[in-house]
Design a protein around this ligand. Structure first.
Ligand SMILES: NC(=O)c1ccc[n+]([C@@H]2O[C@H](COP(=O)([O-])OP(=O)(O)OC[C@H]3O[C@@H](n4cnc5c(N)ncnc54)[C@H](OP(=O)(O)O)[C@@H]3O)[C@@H](O)[C@H]2O)c1
Length: 318
């Protein structure tokens, strides 16, 4: 028998996560394996912010979930010999038995002299979040100003460095002076600010007077809103942390100001007017008769009194 331990979670975390929310449970795992089974012992485990999640995202799971790097300590599966290092989504467990090895993955790169823990960080889920989030979604170019908060965290620290490699000017925000020193001295960030000591606005006056082209948000909240309200450059790109649905559905949220497209208007109107004339594009107008009806028409907009376009007939035509 192996004494296996795992951490259980509450159905929901209320407010700040507290250690007392988690309970350590012991169980005996039989070492008497069946054909195909693999007994694994965790070598490295990970804690990530998403583990607070609940509801449909995690379903009925009672054990804290997440990835692990484990070693095979007993096996009846030829694919996973004794001592093999494997990645799994086995959660916060010291030991587990894989029934057939299908839930185990070899480390997908050559570790060389690296610690296997990198498969949970820089060369794991957080590193890939940084890589795909930045390189695939935000299209960094040389000369862009890239701002990342949570900059000394698992994702943020990689985002900043990948952005530097693309030739961006990189600004990081983190919560201690030591973290900021690390970002600047060792990771090569151009600027790093302790958000507990300096206002965003003051920091960006010196670091990004023309605005930020790429904002990789790891925090959400006021920081996010202030960035969007005041500090983004024209055509800026944002990885947001405000709503998990945006992330899960990989939504693209793009701003548009129609006047920027007026140079293409003639073409668009030619196409649309044809559709209107053919009855393939229908429209309705809520007509207010007389110039003195303008306030009524205007107020009506905020009460839903118009269907289609509210227009005012001010005089006769022709
Ligand atoms: N979209 C995806 O697929 C995906 C994947 C992975 C992670 N994420 C998200 O990316 C974000 C960063 O993840 P991570 O793994 O890098 O996290 P992490 O390494 O755990 O970093 C968290 C850091 O954020 C800072 N922080 C915590 N609470 C804060 C607050 N209220 N205000 C400001 N800073 C705060 C802390 O550093 P300071 O000292 O600087 O405050 C903390 O060390 C998380 O929101 C995570 O959910 C998304």
């Amino acid at each position: 028998m192996v004494k296996a331990r795992h951490w259980t979670r509450p159905e929901e975390f209320h407010g700040e996560v507290k250690e007392s929310d988690l309970k350590l449970v012991e169980e005996n795992l039989s070492e008497d394996l069946k054909d195909g089974e693999v007994l694994c012992e965790a070598v490295y485990l990970t804690v990530d912010p998403y583990m607070r999640m609940h509801g449909s995202v995690i379903g009925e799971r009672k054990t804290m979930f997440g990835a692990a790097v484990s070693k095979v300590i007993k096996t009846r599966n030829g694919e996973f010999p004794l001592g093999t290092l494997v990645l799994s989504g086995s959660g916060w467990r010291t030991h587990f038995i894989s029934k057939d090895g299908k839930d185990l993955k070899p480390i997908p790169f050559d570790l060389g002299n690296l610690s296997p823990s990198v498969a949970l960080g820089v060369l794991g889920m957080p590193g890939l979040t940084a890589y795909f989030g930045l390189n695939r979604k935000l299209e960094p170019k040389s000369g862009d100003v890239c701002l990342v908060n949570g900059a000394a965290g698992a994702v943020g620290s990689i985002v900043g460095q990948l952005a530097k490699l693309k030739g961006c000017t990189v600004i990081g925000f983190a919560g201690t002076d030591d973290k900021c020193e690390w970002l600047k001295q060792e990771l090569g960030f151009d600027h790093a600010f302790n958000y507990k000591k300096i206002k965003l606005e003051d920091a960006l006056k010196q670091a990004a007077p023309k605005g930020v082209d790429i904002f990789f948000d790891n925090i959400g909240g006021d920081f996010f809103h202030e960035m969007i309200d005041k500090h983004m450059a024209q055509n800026g790109r944002v990885y947001p942390q405000i709503n998990m649905k945006i992330l899960f559905h990989e939504l693209t949220i793009r701003g548009i100001i129609v006047s920027s497209h007026y140079n293409e208007a003639q073409e668009a109107l030619a196409e649309m007017s044809e559709l209107v004339k053919k009855g393939q594009l229908k429209y309705k107008e809520t007509l207010f008769d007389g110039f003195d009806k303008m306030p009524e028409a205007f107020v009506g907009l905020f009460k839903g009194e118009n269907t289609g376009k509210a227009v005012i007939k001010a005089s006769n035509y022709p």
